[in-house]
Design a protein around this ligand. Structure first.
Ligand code: C2E
Ligand code: CA
Ligand code: CA
Ligand code: CA
Length: 276
């Protein structure tokens, strides 16, 4: 019965009733997942396209559910955002990454890890204290992290987002605007934010080979980022042809299945050892 309830709740739809038994059941399951170590940290490499050194990865969560197997984030992140549980998930993820950065196996590697923040995190006045506490406890520097915030999360409440981003930037975190091109932010606004990186949404990158509109959007985003002094990353790079084209357009970094899928930590470390 528990399994049936959960699979129903996982068929998340935006019109859910926050007091329903189904919602409470999934929340209980998610809390249980954190407490019983069912969440997994996966890392997807992010590589430079012009040979400058550096080792970077994006941290992506997976749920190793005892009955359902490996549950992808799109089946529980939207729910976690809606209920506010995502803040606990963010802290769990941040802690996992901090532990990895303090792990002897990553010592001496110039590793920087990107962690995704949600709209809820941006509005949480406790966030920066909590992140600082985790950094101190593991003895790792804020500069080893890049925090990814989607363009739409910023545009949700631009003034509060700006205040939060200023605070995180002063703390030493690198900041990236994720899913760039999908959120209608104004250029004037973008210029004021203390961000270091733009990440071109994978829909445009994947469309580059077939759609001239997408190729044009990618090209202008790269130029825009460079004119603003930002690093630009393309996500969703699935073919060598697209990677070559991005390199020719002077895109700085690439992430995608052509380079590597998101990998469990051990596989990521093995992958990076093969690159040198
Ligand atoms: P995102 O932040 O835009 O992450 C990139 C997504 O693109 C990942 O999906 C990644 O596996 C996928 N991807 C990477 N390369 C390729 C490619 O070449 N082709 C295609 N088709 N896809 C590619 P994933 O891991 O399923 O995550 C989906 C979304 O869930 C993420 O999108 C992010 O919004 C959210 N998410 C994942 N982990 C976390 C987390 O720890 N915290 C929060 N707040 N959100 C997370
Ligand atoms: Ca991301
Ligand atoms: Ca993205
Ligand atoms: Ca996305």
């Amino acid at each position: 019965a528990a399994k049936r309830k959960l699979s129903g709740a996982l068929q998340y739809d935006a019109a859910f009733d926050s007091s329903s038994a189904q919602t409470l059941s999934l929340l209980t399951e998610l809390r249980h997942a954190v407490e019983h170590h069912e969440l997994r940290l996966y890392l997807q490499p992010k590589v430079p396209l012009h040979g400058q050194p550096g080792l970077a990865a994006e941290a992506l969560v997976r749920w190793q559910h005892p009955q359902r197997g490996l549950v992808p984030p799109m089946q529980f992140i939207p729910f976690a955002e809606q209920t506010g549980f995502v803040r606990q998930l963010t802290l769990w993820m941040f802690e996992e990454v901090a532990r990895l950065l303090a792990d002897p196996r990553t010592q001496g590697l110039p590793l920087r890890v990107s962690v995704n923040l949600s709209t809820r995190d941006l509005l949480d006045p406790e966030l920066s204290h909590r992140l600082a506490e985790i950094l101190v406890r593991h003895g790792v520097a804020a500069s080893a992290f890049c925090l990814e915030i989607t363009e739409s999360a910023i545009m949700d409440d631009p003034q509060r987002a700006e205040a939060m981003l200023n605070r995180l930037s002063e703390q030493g975190f690198k900041l990236s605007i994720d899913d760039f091109g999908t959120g209608y932010s104004s250029l004037a606004y973008l210029k004021r934010l203390p961000v270091d990186e733009l990440k071109i949404d994978k829909s445009f990158v994947m469309g580059m080979e077939t759609g001239e509109d997408d190729a044009m959007i990618v090209r202008s985003t790269i130029d825009l980022a460079h004119n603003l002094g930002l690093t630009v990353v393309a996500e969703g790079v699935e073919t060598a042809a697209i990677q070559d084209r991005l390199r020719a357009l002077a895109c700085d970094e690439a992430q995608g299945y052509h380079i590597a899928r998101p990998l469990p930590v051990d596989d990521f470390l093995a992958w990076q050892a093969r690159q040198v």
